[in-house]
Design a protein around this ligand. Structure first.
Ligand SMILES: Cc1cc2nc3c(=O)[nH]c(=O)nc-3n(C[C@H](O)[C@H](O)[C@H](O)COP(=O)(O)OP(=O)(O)OC[C@H]3O[C@@H](n4cnc5c(N)ncnc54)[C@H](O)[C@@H]3O)c2cc1C
Length: 265
């Protein structure tokens, strides 16, 4: 038997079907960020979300549940978002959407109203395991990663110093990363129509002051910018690669960017 015949394609991982939730609140946090709260009977696994965890939101084109049943139906188109906050007592999950322009999820959020349905993955995935010895953390994030950055700072030990550098559209987008933990980011405003996404973050990293030994770095932003920032960090003296966590959250020109781009290629 030839090798080609012997190797059958790996079985697709069977994922639980999406669960149905209902929008209970829509709040305009800034001109470009809409916070949407949903509730549903099976959201309990979100209590276990690690800081910076992700979930899938699904946007079926037609009827849901479909005639063939939820378990047998093809998965509807999805996008990746951060389960920013979960209140177990109320079974209330909050998501913060950046209204970046045309896009399946962004368009949905722009029109969402109380009572709308939102399909959500069965639970959260991934996330940042906060290192036990962390005492200084540099956060480098664009607007899509501010919800995750908020989760990260809420999970840090009190003794940890945080230096957050955040790229947003303009001064109107500045906001608290967390209502619970004080953190004053260095805000970077994009130059209208000129700068590539993440260009301001790259410039800030290029001129970042020397950090204490043992500093950790948490980076989440546009994928090409994330790679450039990795290169800049790794080119600095004394940076331990194991202390650098990077993730591409979206890619300029790509729709539905994958949720597992850690830039390790
Ligand atoms: C782990 C993880 C967590 C995330 N958490 C959040 C979150 O909490 N909140 C949030 O808003 N986003 C979050 N994102 C980013 C979000 O998944 C993408 O922005 C996604 O592309 C939005 O889907 P869409 O349907 O609106 O646009 P798509 O249909 O995917 O894209 C349409 C077009 O818009 C462009 N585009 C996508 N995002 C942006 C952007 N931010 N700015 C400018 N152009 C863009 C694309 O390149 C494409 O050309 C997260 C991503 C990951 C991987």
């Amino acid at each position: 038997m030839s090798l080609t015949q012997a190797s059958s394609p790996p079985a697709r991982k069977q994922r639980p079907p999406p669960q149905s939730t209902v929008v209970t609140a829509v709040e305009q946090v800034t001109p470009l960020v809409t916070r949407i709260a949903v509730t549903g009977p099976d959201l309990a696994p979100f209590a276990l979300a690690k800081p910076g965890a992700h979930m899938k939101l699904f946007f079926p084109a037609g009827e849901w549940p479909p005639a063939e049943g939820v378990a047998n139906a093809p998965r509807p188109p999805s996008r990746t978002y951060t389960p920013r906050r979960f209140d177990a007592a109320k079974s209330r999950l909050e998501i913060e959407f950046v209204m970046h322009g045309a896009g399946l999820a962004s368009d949905w959020a722009a029109k969402a109203k109380v009572g709308d349905r939102l399909l959500v993955s069965a639970g959260p995935g991934g996330g940042y395991p906060v290192p036990e010895d962390i005492s200084n953390l540099v956060i480098i994030a664009d607007d899509t990663a501010l919800p995750a950055a908020g989760m990260v700072i809420e999970a840090l030990p009190h003794i940890c110093n945080v230096n957050a550098i955040c790229e947003i559209e303009n001064a109107g987008e500045e906001r608290a990363l967390s209502p619970l933990v004080a953190c004053k980011p260095q805000w970077l405003h994009r130059s209208p129509g000129t700068a590539k996404p993440g260009a301001m973050l790259q410039a800030a990293v290029a001129s970042l002051s020397e950090q204490p030994a043992g500093t950790y770095y948490w980076v989440a932003c546009e994928a090409a910018a994330m790679r450039a920032i990795r290169d800049l960090l790794f080119a600095r003296a004394g940076i331990d690669r194991k202390r650098v966590h990077t993730r591409g959250y979206w890619k300029y020109g790509d729709t539905n960017y994958p949720d597992h781009d850690y830039g390790e290629d």
